[in-house]
Structure formats: C-alpha cells, structure tokens
Design a protein around this ligand. Structure first.
Ligand SMILES: [Zn+2]
Length: 476
C-alpha cells in the first residue's frame, strides 16, 4: 500500500493527489471540477467545523441559512463585485420545464442575497450589530481544479455582519482574522502570517481584505482565510440603512469572512510525509488507534481483553479506534493507520500482556515508547500535546528557513523559480509593478504583514520609494 504514494521529492503534486485518493479523503466526481468528500475527509471537516463553530459562537455570532440561488440582478448591484465574480458564476436559466423570467446565479458568495434581507431586518441602531454566519456550499466555475484547493463546488462558512460605525466593522474584521489565525495555529498546528491584501488581491467589493497565509511543504503559499471590511459598498447597493440615535438615516458598515474545505489541503501539505497524512491531534478524527496483535486464538484471547479495557478507558478523553479486524495482518494495519495519519498507535501483543504494558508509537517522529497499562491515558494526553507542538514547530522552522529578505530583482527572479519560498521585498504600491512581477515570475503579493516595523526602501521592480516590505510568493 505504501508504494502507491509518490514520494514528495519526486513529484509533490502527484504526492498530494496520491495521499488524498489512497487515504480516501476525497475522489473525483462525474462532474468535472467537482469533488466527492469521502467519510475520512468528511470526518476531518466535521471536527474542524465543530471547533470553528464554537469559536464563532464564543465571539457572539449565530448561524442562519440563506438560499443557494441569487437573482441575477442582485449580482449587478455592486459594480466591483459583479466584475469580480461574473466570470466564474454558474447561472440557471431554465427550470420547471421553462425559461426563467429572471436568471438565477448559483451563489459564489452571499453578500448580495444577505444584504437584500438585512435591508429588511435592520431599521434602527437597536438592531445592530447583526452577527450572522452560515455554513454552506458555494459554486465558482473554475477552469483548473485540484482536490480541496480549488474545486467548482466547495464547502465553507461565510460570516456576514452589520455595524453602526466603520470602527466597529474594522474591529470585527480584525477579530475574525484573529479567530482564523488561532484556529490555524492552535488546532491545525499550522503557523500563519497575518496581513492585508493589495488592491489587486482584495475581495471584489471590499474596502480592504485581511488574510492569513501559510507555507505549504513545497514552499508555496496557501491563502487560508480572509476577512473583509466591506465598508458601506453593499449597504449602498442594497439600501441597507438604519436610524441613528439622533434620528438620522445611515448606511450600515459591514464585514464578511470565510474559510473553506481548502484548509484540508493545508493540513495535508503542511504536515504530511512520504507515508501519507499526519493529522494534527486536536482535529484528528481518530486520535489513537489500538491494534491488538495475535498469531493464534490463544494469544487472541489473551490480548483482546486488556486491549479493549484500555480502549474503553481512553475513550473517556480521546477519540479512539479499536482495530481488532481479523482479515488484516498487524503490519497491514500499521501501514494503513500511518497513511491515515492517526497521531498515536498503540500495539499490544502477548509479551506486552505479560509485562502489563503496551507500545505507543508516535506518527510524527515514529518514536516507540513502552508504557505501563495504568499510565496509558496520561501518557496519551501528554503525547498528543507534544505531537501538536512538534508539528507546529516543524512547520514554523520550515517557513523560517524558507523566508528570505531580498532587494535585487534578478536575484529574486532566479530564486523564486529555483528555490521557491517567501520573499520579503520592498514594493512601491503600484498595481503595475505588482502585475509585472506576477507575469514575469508567477509570484504574487501574498500580503502586507500587519504590525511590522516600517522601513524605507526601493521597490523591488521599479526602484521607486517604498515604505514597507511585502511578502511575495507563488501560491495555490
Ligand atoms: Zn514599483
């Protein structure tokens, strides 16, 4: 089974696809560009979703659901938005056996339909803030797709909030970026950069967009979450007004923010190795797998009782899989659970039973540890924490080792092509320079880091004055 996964060093992109297909996270669907998320992948998404949902609710948000169809005229109302999204929209023109009077867009994102409702629901300053999130699917007609990273239909959440002032909306935008960064670092064990997008890379219709970006195992960047301050752009398009305390009519200030199933792609690429997945302990569908080992029925009787007893004990605090399948050998099972990335494997054979111990094997380091039965639960908790920290540190060190400060364009061009990585470089702020760099190197400005020291310099491309450095990288 191991042989089926291409080595990362040989072909990273094939490795990625092999891991997904072999570990049964997802499969290609009969509809080009769409993806079937299989139970192994969906179990991971459910855990991610449950954790994020808690974090959204802890910050005062509630869930609702809006329709998948949006009247085409809605999309036309915000000029930048329609320009940004129209090319990738799927449109329903025919339904119920006849042509529709007005075509319907299959939602690529829900700002427009949500605003049409907010304009009904919001009347007074007393109605604010509105803090709604929805978990749903969206459709963007992508030409080139990759499992989890870019698919025509994908699952995500989109938060849509309305506030009385610009400042409140800005606070919310930054708060939710913080929630995303916390989720990435504390749960996915993935270090992220936080920053603001350039004008060219921001969300179509926003005043500005904040984002988190993470370095993947091939040194490319993955945009892992975005939080937009929409200003009053959609409020004006949809006439979403409220009466202030003084009795004036004002447009609301809004935000929207989202993360999607592409985060699963990040988990695969940041932590995975040539054996397959490595699940971050806090999101792993199975944190521990218990594999009893026997050769004959006598040994089987001997190991199964303590193995299941320990499993029951562990289940009080962890998600545990008890693998007593008869039709597979222990070696086969070890390979399979390794490929699926289960953080801890526990082996127990007849010899271990005599010593009242088990062998615990870490997926990240493959270290084997002999543990007495009574110490198994406490050791498991400790090991899961250690694995989380190790995965995070490993990813952080990798990013540090592959992030460079650069001032010479020719040097940059050569290195982004041959070495890859993140490049901290001066940029004058012109969209023209940004586009030329993109066309010549395929690298884009991933973000302008937040809270960084200002530093005068010269634009990497044109040599004009620059006030601060930005991060250039190739991205998914
Ligand atoms: Zn420039």
């Amino acid at each position: 089974m191991k042989d089926k996964i291409t080595k990362r060093a040989d072909d990273y992109s094939r490795w990625y696809t092999d891991v997904i297909v072999q570990s049964k996270l997802a499969d290609y669907s009969p509809v080009k560009g769409c993806m079937v998320i299989r139970p192994n992948g969906f179990a991971l998404w459910e855990k991610m979703q449950a954790q994020m949902d808690r974090m959204f609710k802890d910050t005062g948000h509630v869930n609702a659901y809006f329709p998948v169809f949006i009247p085409e005229s809605f999309m036309q109302k915000e000029a930048e938005h329609v320009e940004g999204f129209s090319p990738e929209c799927a449109v329903v023109t025919h339904a119920g056996g006849k042509d529709l009077e007005e075509s319907l867009m299959v939602r690529p994102t829900s700002e427009t339909i949500i605003n049409s409702m907010y304009s009904k629901w919001i009347n007074s300053y007393r109605d604010l803030p509105v803090l709604i999130n929805q978990w749903c699917n969206v459709v963007r007609w992508e030409m080139r797709t990759r499992l989890f990273l870019r698919t025509t239909e994908f699952l995500w959440q989109e938060g849509h909030t309305a506030h009385a002032t610009y400042e409140e909306a800005e606070d919310e935008t930054i708060r939710m970026l913080g929630v995303y960064a916390d989720f990435a670092e504390k749960y996915m064990a993935i270090p992220v950069l936080r920053g603001i997008k350039s004008e060219a890379e921001k969300f179509a219709g926003a005043l500005h967009t904040y984002c988190i970006e993470a370095m993947m195992g091939d040194k490319k960047s993955l945009q892992s979450g975005t939080s937009h301050n929409l200003g009053q752009n959609f409020a004006k398009a949809f006439n979403t007004k409220y009466q202030t305390k003084d009795g004036n009519q004002e447009y609301v200030w809004q935000t929207s923010w989202g993360v999607s199933t592409r985060l699963i792609g990040a988990i695969i690429m940041v932590h995975g190795d040539d054996q397959g997945l490595i699940m971050p302990p806090k999101l792993a569908p199975n944190q521990i797998v218990m594999v009893p080992i026997w050769r004959d029925d006598e040994a089987k009787d001997k190991v199964l009782t303590p193995a299941s007893k320990i499993t029951e004990e562990l289940k009080k605090d962890f998600s545990v899989k008890f693998d007593d399948r008869d039709q597979y050998s222990p070696g086969w099972k070890f390979n399979e659970w390794e490929m699926l990335g289960v953080p801890i494997r526990i082996e127990i054979g007849p010899k271990d039973v005599e010593n009242e111990s088990v062998v615990m094997v870490r997926r990240d380091s493959r270290e084997k540890i002999k543990v007495k039965w009574e110490d198994v639960p406490s050791t498991a908790g400790k090991l899961l924490d250690e694995i989380h920290n190790n995965l995070f540190d490993r990813a952080l060190n990798f990013r540090k080792d592959n992030t460079f400060t650069i001032d010479d364009y020719a040097d940059f061009k050569d290195r982004i092509e041959n070495e890859g990585g993140f490049y901290s470089a001066h940029w004058c702020g012109s969209g023209e320079c940004e586009e030329k760099v993109k066309n010549e190197t395929m690298a884009t400005i991933r973000l302008i880091p937040m809270n960084q020291e200002r530093e005068e310099g010269m634009c990497l491309y044109c040599g004009n004055a620059s006030k601060e450095r930005v991060i250039f990288a190739k991205a998914y």
